[in-house]
Design a protein around this ligand. Structure first.
Ligand SMILES: [Zn+2]
Ligand SMILES: [Zn+2]
Length: 270
């Protein structure tokens, strides 16, 4: 199913790009790009704030409604359901760059780490790592995933009045946005783990040029994160981390609490 989803997205996007280049589909106006960008941004926050910092590492506690909204954004961004994402990510931290790290480029090469592990790795053992998420409010995202993604792919049809303009809107808000989201996330496992294994924390790297790819939400500061996995903050000093700023904003209005900043007197070296 995962392979079919990824192939289908790429085929739809390629057909759409070719049709646009050939003049068969119009280029949508700025409102469509604004909607696609906003969904991408919210989806990224769903992954980094809810899936990663709150659920995987328990580095912040979110208001339950905010948590559900952010999970919905992450699911609609193609990040999978929360229990699955958290299981894979906890396994990655527990086994970083060793033989049983299912997403390391040091074990399977660049394309394994970037995409192939998503449908080829044996992930059954990771399910033992998410017993704390065996609750209804996380389990129900399993069956909800398919309808959420169907809406996410086709919902763009509603962004333009009708005809070819609606198809063009659906292309940019659906497959093209989801491909950006997919590859942006995949760079954390592939590009951010290229190069030497630095220390016991693995080969995680801070990759500055990936910051705009991740919409400055902080996941590209991956060396920081491997060294301080329970720190709610990923970027330090000038390293922009809008996930952190979002959490500060949520805390200011009482929607987030229990922020963890272990040993945060100074930033770790990049
Ligand atoms: Zn990593
Ligand atoms: Zn992590």
């Amino acid at each position: 199913m995962t392979l079919g989803w990824i192939l289908g997205l790429h085929l739809a996007a390629a057909a759409g790009i070719i049709a646009t280049a050939a003049g068969l589909l119009p280029l949508p106006g700025w409102p469509v790009f604004a909607i696609a960008g906003a969904l991408l941004f919210l989806g990224g926050l769903g992954t980094t704030v809810a899936y990663h910092r709150a659920l995987t590492h328990r580095a912040v506690r979110l208001n339950p409604l905010v948590e559900q909204v952010l999970i919905a954004c992450a699911v609609a961004n193609g990040s999978g359901n929360p229990r699955n994402w958290v299981a894979m990510h906890r396994l990655h931290h527990a086994t970083s760059d060793r033989a049983d790290d299912i997403s390391s480029p040091h074990q399977g090469g660049f394309w394994w780490a970037h995409l192939r592990w998503l449908w080829q790795a044996d992930t059954r053992r990771a399910q033992d790592l998410v017993r704390d998420l065996d609750r209804r409010r996380y389990r129900w995202w399993g069956p909800l995933q398919v309808p959420a993604l169907a809406l996410s792919v086709a919902g763009g049809l509603l962004a333009a009045p009708w005809g070819l303009e609606a198809v063009a809107a659906a292309l940019w808000i659906g497959p093209l946005r989801l491909i950006w989201a997919l590859h942006a996330q995949c760079t954390v496992n592939s590009i951010c783990h290229l190069g030497a294994v630095e220390d016991a924390h693995g080969s995680g790297k801070n990759v500055g040029w990936l910051a705009p790819v991740h919409m400055f939400q902080g996941e590209n500061w991956h060396a920081n994160h491997h060294r301080r996995q329970t720190d709610v903050r990923l970027g330090y000093g000038p390293q922009l981390d809008l996930g952190w700023w979002t959490i500060l904003g949520l805390r200011a209005v009482g929607l987030a609490g229990k922020l963890r900043r272990p040993g945060a007197t100074s930033a770790p070296s990049p």
